[in-house]
Design a protein around this ligand. Structure first.
Ligand SMILES: N[C@@H](CCC(=O)N[C@@H](CS)C(=O)NCC(=O)O)C(=O)O
Length: 216
């Protein structure tokens, strides 16, 4: 039997898509959450992580006691999506799913500057400056790409006819951007409809309703 342990901080962040993939697939896993404010606990754990950061996924074969650890959020997400059948159905769909994930990662670079300003409690003026100078131009490109994908796909998903981990990643990011005031559902009906659809995925709905609230 295979036992999975996902280790990340007690926020959604870069660990959330993997959590959602386990719930979507109905696969049991240990969801280890390191308190963000317990720096000592993290610094102790950091020494033993493969690349010095979280998330990591530990996969234990209970029979042979063989354990492997996968670092990097996209590598973990892609691995789980392939294991559970949410990576796209054909090589071409998989490539497009990966392209959407890469586009999200490109956007994340600008988003990170905003989340840093929010987390370090910068002044409202500074936060608004980061939004106007960095995040808004990046958002415009990113949202345009996502809307084009949705407009060209009658399934309501970003790629193909079924939900993939790209849908989970983008929907989760829209939740974050909503909280940060960057995604305003009433101004973006196509993205709002997509977000609503993913949030109402039957096997995820209870999880979404019960998980602790987290801005990031
Ligand atoms: N490219 C990595 C980035 C991982 C990353 O930035 N992790 C942060 C949390 S979101 C972290 O471990 N921070 C603590 C540290 O670097 O000491 C990934 O996608 O997993």
């Amino acid at each position: 039997m295979i036992q999975y342990k996902l280790i990340y901080f007690d926020v959604r962040g870069l660990g959330e898509v993997s959590r959602q993939l386990f719930h979507l697939a109905g696969c049991e896993f240990e969801d280890v959450k390191i308190p963000r404010n317990d720096e000592q606990a993290w610094l102790e754990l950091k020494k033993s992580t493969p690349f010095g950061q979280l998330p990591i996924l530990k996969i234990l074969d209970a029979e042979s006691q063989n354990e492997i650890e996968i670092p990097q959020s996209s590598a973990i997400g892609r691995y789980l999506a392939n294991q559970f059948g949410y990576a796209g159905k054909t090589p071409e769909e998989k490539a497009m799913v990966d392209a959407v994930i890469d586009q999200f990662k490109d956007f994340l670079v600008s988003q990170k500057r905003l989340t840093l300003a929010v987390r370090t409690k910068k002044s409202e003026e500074e936060i608004n400056r980061v939004k106007e100078d960095i995040v808004t131009p990046a958002k415009d490109t990113y949202f345009k790409i996502l809307k084009k994908l949705l407009e060209n796909n009658s399934s309501g998903f970003l790629v193909g006819n079924d939900i993939t981990w790209a849908d989970l990643q983008i929907s989760d990011n829209l939740t974050t951007l909503d909280g940060l005031g960057i995604f305003v559902p009433s101004e973006e009906p196509i993205l709002a409809k997509f977000h609503e659809k993913i949030m109402n995925t039957p096997s995820l709905k209870t999880y979404f309703e019960q998980r602790p609230a987290s801005l990031l």
